[in-house]
Design a protein. Structure first.
Length: 124
């Protein structure tokens, strides 16, 4: 059994610099200071799309290495290399985060998609 049902619903945003590596780690903590939620056995998938929900601009998952599950540390690391980010058109995007485990598939941004801003960067 995983702790997938302990994962919280999320809200928020993230920013990707179009001229640099994107490397961000989130930590999932149990409510009330209960420490990190063990993510062992949970697969994650996130697609970043333009606001019109057109073609996938960025596809990150634990299967393709774009998302790294930190297991008992409760961390989920997002990774996209600069070579992929340079191809992103600067602007506004949306994304959600799907968690899968124990036969369940949960959208951690069920109330509203996460907003993603892609900045052009200056140095190329």
């Amino acid at each position: 059994m995983t702790q997938i049902l302990a994962l919280p619903q999320l809200a928020g945003s993230m920013t990707i610099d179009g001229n640099a590596d994107f490397l961000v780690a989130w930590r999932f903590d149990a409510p009330g200071g209960g420490g990190p939620i063990d993510l062992t056995g949970i697969a994650f998938h996130m697609q970043v799309r333009p606001l019109d929900l057109g073609s996938v601009a960025l596809d990150l998952s634990t299967l393709n290495g774009g998302l790294v599950n930190g297991g008992g540390a409760g961390t989920l690391t997002f990774w996209s290399p600069a070579a992929a980010n340079v191809a992103l058109t600067p602007g506004a995007y949306v994304a959600d985060l799907i968690a899968e485990g124990d036969g369940l598939r949960l959208n951690l941004f069920a109330a509203a998609p996460m907003t993603v801003s892609v900045l052009p960067g200056v140095t190329r």
